[in-house]
Write a protein that binds this ligand. Sequence first.
Ligand SMILES: C[S@@+](CC[C@H](N)C(=O)[O-])C[C@H]1O[C@@H](n2cnc3c(N)ncnc32)[C@H](O)[C@@H]1O
Length: 262
Amino acid sequence: MRTNFRKGVKRLAEMKYFIDPDIEHVLVFRSNTKFFDYEIYLNRHMLLMDKASCLPCLALSPPPGSIVLDACAAPGNKTICLANYLRNKGKLYAIELNRRRFKELNINLKTAGVTCAHTLNGDFLNVTLPFDEIDYILLDPSCSGSGIRNRNDDTEVIDEERLERLATLQIRMITYALTNFPNVKRLTYSTCSIHMQENEQVVETILDQFSDTFQLVDFLPKWPSRGQTERTQACLRASPEDTLTNGFFVACFERIIKLDTE
Ligand SMILES: C[S@@+](CC[C@H](N)C(=O)[O-])C[C@H]1O[C@@H](n2cnc3c(N)ncnc32)[C@H](O)[C@@H]1O
């Protein structure tokens, strides 16, 4: 199946595509397709995204009518993807800290025809929200971006202090989300980083804190590249080598439903 996928991608002619076998909303084109020349892209009837970036939305798959929060939203690719799952029905809160990126987010949502979003320019850790109402949270925070470096550049110098700072904030954001939204059913955490400090280590810290209330969801069990520690096998990794995508990481946490047996 994976070998067939690789062969299929290699054989694709210009502007020919097939439906991705893992994610039904995704159409696969060959890598050097020049979308910028085509109306379908220019009028935003189609969203150009790396397949790996669609995985967090797939893991959440919020049904139409749900109340969803995209905590770090700009430029809005995943917000648009979530609105597609919602069929524009329900409510999609999209928060962005940076003012310039917030403007870009609003433009992108408008041109993509998203009507269920309510955008907020502020700090996710500080904005007022209807905390009780939110069913699903997508958390795609700032990261080192090491998964989307130039693929021919092997010279990245790893800045351990920066990774530690990023991981501290990433853990703070997940902790905040899992603590302050009493009815959230699922939360996805994702990075375009290849570093374990921002991925498996962050997830393990969260599992240590929340093992009574949240567990990892083993979604897409046939996905070939998994979290690199025993406790994070349910997480997905992606890379140019293994999945023909950017370097990416996704964890999906789900609330443990306790059955009252008394
Ligand atoms: C990786 S990008 C998000 C990409 C976006 N999810 C997408 O798919 O288009 C992270 C974003 O989070 C924003 N951000 C960082 N800290 C934030 C915070 N505390 N609250 C809200 N947004 C934040 C950054 O400005 C940046 O735009």
